[in-house]
Design a protein around this ligand. Sequence first.
Ligand SMILES: Cc1cc2nc3c(=O)[nH]c(=O)nc-3n(C[C@H](O)[C@H](O)[C@H](O)COP(=O)(O)O)c2cc1C
Length: 191
Amino acid sequence: METVIATQTENKKLIAQLMFNLIVPRPIAWVTTVSKNGVVNLAPFSFYNGITSKPPLIMVSVGKRKDGTPKDTARNIRETGEFVVNLVTEEFLKPMVESGKDFPPEESEIETLNLQTETSLRVKPPRIKGVKAALECTVYKIIEIGDTPMDLVIGRVEVFHFDKELLNTSRGVVGRLGGKRYLIVGEEIIP
Ligand SMILES: Cc1cc2nc3c(=O)[nH]c(=O)nc-3n(C[C@H](O)[C@H](O)[C@H](O)COP(=O)(O)O)c2cc1C
């Protein structure tokens, strides 16, 4: 067993590696937003989780780009106050990974990746057609946190779209592991 005292190491790369490899598996928020100019943006975020169900609040942690500029997702969420979290299942694994690469703000990941969208009920950003669940969210609070700093976006779920089978099984849902590894939910047990 290794021990790292975080406050006593200058090795930022190791700390990052530990955060990515020890907090696993992580759910993935595949987030659609719309820019002021109407360009639909799509990107995955795995520092994501539910917070409470009363009211239904979720959190997504959006960091800065390497050059320190905001990611399109953060900029769009700040400008419009809305986003949609799409659930990633096995059939969307590849486009989800591709959508995490750097796209210029004027280029929509949706078109380049040949994805289709469906209009949302209460927010402007569309949901991805064919996903098994999509959460339409409005911004509840954005907390600037950390050294960079990054945006901890707290969203209030206004509308849940879901395939009823998800209430009984998560089979096929994709999770993030360390490095470039992913998990596809297979066997489920009830201990
Ligand atoms: C599976 C996966 C999970 C990711 N999780 C995060 C995350 O939690 N926070 C973050 O800032 N970036 C995360 N990224 C990187 C962003 O998706 C990436 O920076 C993307 O280009 C941002 O796009 P945007 O500029 O369109 O918002 C993740 C990438 C992948 C593939």
